[in-house]
Ligand binder design. Structure first.
Ligand code: NAP
Length: 321
C-alpha cells in the first residue's frame, strides 16, 4: 500500500478518504527530524504552511507527489521538485471567494476604522456623539488598484465594480480581458496605479520578481490619503519600509492579512498603530473553505499518485519527463 505523510491535521472525512487509498502517517512538522524521516518512506505528502526545502527531500526516492492545501506554493522550490520528478498540486478556485471577502473586509475596516472604533466602544470611551476625529473615508466610488488581478484579484474587482461602484485599475504581466470587460478594469503601469489608487491591493503570488515589489519608493509614490491592502504574502511588501511610511504619514493606513514573519512578533511596531488593521492570515479561513481546500488537496494527491491528475498542477513539466 502507498504511504502518505500529512503535516497538517485533516478533517476526519478527508483523512478517511485518504486512508481508503493509502496508509496515512501524520507528523508534527515542528519535529523536523521525524518529519524528514517520514518523507523518506513516503509516496506522497499533504499539508501547508511549512517550508519544504530541497534538503528535506534528499533520499526521499519514493516520493512522487506533494499536495499543498493552499493556492500559493511559495513554500516549495518548484524547480527542484520538477528535477526530482515530484508533482506539486495546489488548490486554486475553492478559496477565491472567501479570500476576496477577507480583502474587502480589510478595505472596509481600514477605511471606516471599524476595528479601532469598535475597540474604543468596548473600552467605554463612547460618551457623546462622535465628531470628525472619528470619521473614516468613503470606499464606494473610489479607485481600487489591484496589483495582480488573477482569480482572487478578479473576485475583488467584481465586489468593487459591481457592489461599490469603484473604478478598478490593475497591473499584471499579461492583460485580463475578462476583468476588463466585466468590471471595466483598466490595465496600467504600476507607477500610474500607485499615483492614482485610493486603495492599493496586492494579490500577486510571492516569487523572486514580486518579493519586496512594494518598498519605500513605491509607498512614496502612493497618495498620502491611500490605504495599502495586503492579503498576498508578507514579503511582497518591504515591511520595514511600510512601518516607516505609516509612521511618517507617507500613506494613510494599511490593512494586512500577511506579514514577513508569521505569527507577527508581539513587538512589531505595526501592532501599536491605530491606522493598521492586522489579521492573523485568515484569507481563506472559513470552516467551509478550509474543508473544501483539504478535500481538494486530498483528491489532487490521490489522483497524482494514480497518474490521473489533470488540473491543479503547479509543475506540469514533470508529467512530460
Ligand atoms: P492567480 O490567479 O495566479 O493570480 C495572480 C495574479 O498575479 C495574476 O493575475 C498574475 O498575472 C499576477 N502576477 C504574477 N506575477 C506577477 C508579477 N511579477 N508582476 C505583476 N503581476 C504578477 O492567483 P490567485 O489564486 O489569485 O492567488 C494569488 C495569491 O494570493 C496566491 O499566490 C497566494 O500567495 C495569495 N493568497 C493568500 C491568501 C491568504 O490567506 N491571505 C489566500 C489565498 C491566496 P500575470 O501572470 O499576467 O502577471
Amino acid at each position: 500500500m502507498k504511504k502518505i505523510v500529512a503535516w497538517k491535521p485533516l478533517p476526519d472525512d478527508v483523512l478517511a478518504y485518504l486512508q481508503q487509498h493509502a496508509e496515512v502517517v501524520q507528523v508534527d512538522p515542528t519535529q523536523h527530524d521525524a518529519f524528514v524521516a517520514a518523507l523518506k518512506e513516503a509516496d506522497g505528502g499533504i499539508g501547508s504552511s511549512v517550508k519544504i526545502t530541497p534538503a528535506m527531500l534528499e533520499g526521499a526516492s519514493r516520493l512522487k507527489a506533494l499536495s499543498t492545501i493552499s493556492v500559493g506554493f511559495d513554500q516549495f522550490d518548484v524547480d527542484d521538485l520538477t528535477r526530482r520528478g515530484i508533482v506539486l498540486a495546489h488548490t486554486p478556485d475553492v478559496l477565491t471567494e472567501s479570500t476576496a471577502d477577507t480583502v474587502f473586509a480589510l478595505i472596509l475596516a481600514s477605511a471606516r476604522r471599524v476595528v479601532e472604533l469598535a475597540d474604543w466602544v468596548k473600552a467605554g470611551e463612547w460618551k457623546e456623539s462622535i465628531g470628525p476625529s472619528h470619521f473614516g473615508v468613503d470606499v464606494q466610488g473610489k479607485t481600487l488598484g489591484i496589483v495582480g488581478l488573477g482569480r482572487i484579484g478578479g473576485a475583488v474587482a467584481r465586489r468593487a465594480a459591481l457592489g461599490f461602484n469603484m473604478t478598478v485599475l490593475y497591473t499584471n504581466r499579461s492583460p485580463n480581458p475578462q476583468a476588463e470587460q466585466a468590471y471595466g478594469a483598466r490595465r496600467v503601469e504600476l507607477s500610474e496605479l500607485l499615483a492614482t489608487a485610493d486603495f492599493v491591493c496586492l494579490q500577486v503570488p510571492l516569487t523572486p520578481q514580486t518579493r519586496h515589489m512594494i518598498g519605500a519608493a513605491e509607498l512614496q509614490a502612493m497618495k498620502r490619503s491611500a490605504i495599502l491592502i495586503n492579503a498576498s504574502r508578507g514579503a511582497t511588501v518591504n515591511e520595514q519600509a511600510l512601518i516607516e511610511a505609516l509612521r511618517d504619514g507617507t500613506i494613510h493606513g494599511a490593512g494586512l492579512d500577511v506579514f514577513e514573519t508569521e505569527p507577527l512578533p508581539a513587538d512589531s511596531p505595526l501592532l501599536g498603530m491605530a491606522n493598521v488593521v492586522a489579521l492573523p492570515h485568515i484569507g481563506s479561513a472559513t470552516h467551509e473553505t478550509r474543508h473544501a481546500m483539504a478535500r481538494n488537496a486530498a483528491e489532487n494527491l490521490v489522483a497524482a499518485l494514480d497518474g490521473t491528475l489533470s488540473n491543479n498542477i503547479v509543475n506540469r513539466e514533470v508529467l512530460r519527463k
